[in-house]
Design a protein around this ligand. Sequence first.
Ligand code: DX5
Ligand code: ZN
Length: 225
Amino acid sequence: MASVRINPSILAADFARMADELARIANADLVHVDVMDNHFVPNLTFGPQMVERIAATSPVPLDVHLMIDEPGRWAPGYARLGAASVTFHAEAAEAAGDDLAGLAGALRAAGARAGLAINPGTPVEPYLDLLPAFDQLLVMTVEPGFGGQSFIADVMPKVATVRAALQGTDLDVWLQVDGGVTRDTIAIAADHGADTFVAGSAVFRAADPAAEIDALREIASSHAH
Ligand code: DX5
Ligand code: ZN
């Protein structure tokens, strides 16, 4: 059975009790850290100083999701402060004139896995040739900016397209979905080929977040390709 990853999003955690919240999800594969700049998305979270403390405190590695403008300027700094994975948005990089593969190379050189994210309305085909430059492709299943939204099943064909492109290659690219992932929707995403699942509300609103992670992992594993 293919391995799956469950990455809880601390966007749904209590920011004033971050160390305790991180300890509650110690059985996660990675912890998903949503960095928002109030420009690329209409919401603001935290920046490098907070992420560095989360990296130092978390029992599991960090999966940093940058929802920010000018990722070429900021993303390598997140890799250098210790994030295991750093994902930037194709839309933001293109608006800034960044070279996507070049930025991925800079992230790898700084010791992180390099991730590329696309919004629900962004087609995936233009990015398939870039897969060898990346270690993760994130297909957003909500419009980025806020937790607690409903899963957009309409983007599932994009997930299937990426899985098909990876099939038969020796690329180690994680195929991530983020937004509205629950016990119900994780099966749909896994059926279409996703192997890495971000869940914020589903994990942190559960009475027992660690048990919820195990339940999500079990469902995803049984639907994995
Ligand atoms: C949305 C963020 C997500 C968010 C997911 O912009 O990228 O990571 O935390 O939250 P849920 O799981 O509640 O949809
Ligand atoms: Zn996210």
